[in-house]
Design a protein around this ligand. Structure first.
Ligand SMILES: *Cc1c(COP(=O)(O)O)cnc(C)c1O
Ligand code: SF4
Length: 301
């Protein structure tokens, strides 16, 4: 197994280093190969251009239907309300996304909601970002209320890394807000390694599941972080302990600056085969890759 280049970047470029303290506390002090550190530490390799690694690898800009509204897949629309995150993951496929112009501001929100209301084929709204839980509870409550008024919506899905990186963000107000909605809440968290899932994270997830949210996890297959069988197995087992279904394992999107995280697809397929031989079927995530222009994410295994 190749290890990740270690030379720390003198300059993080236009994607600053950003990590919550509680996440840093889950790292092993003095270990430069720590799988959590690797996800957030700017390294010099980010500045090396790599063939095929581009600014918008998944065609998001082409799927934009209005400020902050992406409609790529049947029945589901994705709302981007903020570009803010509590952490800057170095492999993030949105690291070059033009949030300043492609985010729905609150003033622009009503026209976006009107578009959702006008399309009866849409039954699920996904809040994404950035991280939608960077918005305050009042604002989210207002938004959920307005979504509930659209009769053909059935589910509200929130894609968020905050319960993992900043579990104190999961307030009882937030859990109640989701629990009392007529929309079925689905919370898709993002953890890549079992060490991210400490007791505080467990408590945040417990609150969400007690409130009635369905909990799923998506991870990204990352060189030097989770590209080995013990790491992936421990992640799945820990997620199941916390009542979270391992939903997706993403092949890395080829975003400029992230080439050093890439794991070959053949290696990913082999890891999934090994996982499947050791774990119950529901503990094995679908290994997927996003291909611009396809009608769904491509299932590799
Ligand atoms: C990934 C994604 C979705 C959700 O896809 P699922 O396969 O239902 O999880 C929806 N919209 C966009 C733009 C996406 O990238
Ligand atoms: S939390 Fe998600 S959107 Fe935010 S930087 Fe990390 S991968 Fe990107």
């Amino acid at each position: 197994m190749l290890s990740l280049p270690l030379e720390i970047a003198a300059d993080a470029g236009d994607f600053a280093m950003l990590v919550p303290r509680s996440y840093v506390r889950r790292m092993q002090p003095g270990n430069p190969a720590d799988p959590l550190l690797r996800q957030v530490l700017p390294v010099a390799a980010e500045h090396q251009p790599a063939d095929g690694f581009v600014a918008d690898p998944v065609g998001d800009l082409a799927a934009t239907r209005g400020p902050g509204l992406l409609h790529k897949y049947h029945g589901r629309v994705l709302l981007v309300l903020t570009g803010a995150c509590a952490v800057n993951c170095r492999y993030c496929f949105r690291r070059h996304y033009p949030y300043a112009t492609a985010t729905a501001t609150l003033r622009q929100l009503q026209p976006v909601l009107d578009q959702v209301a006008a399309d009866e084929s849409v039954d699920e709204v996904l809040l994404s970002g950035g991280d939608p839980l960077m918005l305050g509870d009042d604002l989210l409550a207002d938004l959920v209320g307005r979504l509930e008024d659209i009769p053909h919506l059935r589910r509200l899905r929130i894609h968020t890394r905050l319960p993992i990186v900043l579990p104190e963000r999961v307030t009882s107000e937030l859990a109640e807000l989701l629990g009392r909605s007529r929309l079925q809440p689905v919370v898709v968290v993002h953890a890549n390694h079992a060490n991210e899932l400490d007791h505080q994270v467990a408590e945040a997830l417990r609150q969400l599941s007690t409130a009635g949210a369905m909990l799923l996890n998506q991870a990204v297959l990352l060189r030097g972080v989770n590209d080995n069988l013990p790491a992936l197995r421990a992640l799945s087992e820990r997620l199941l302990d916390l009542k979270v279904m391992p939903y997706y394992l993403h092949q890395l999107d080829r975003v400029a600056g992230a080439a050093h995280f890439e794991v070959p697809v053949e290696r990913g397929l082999e890891l999934i085969r090994q996982l499947r031989a050791e774990l119950p079927g529901y503990a094995v995530p679908r290994y997927v890759q996003e291909i611009a222009g396809e009608p769904n994410k491509r299932v590799l295994a």
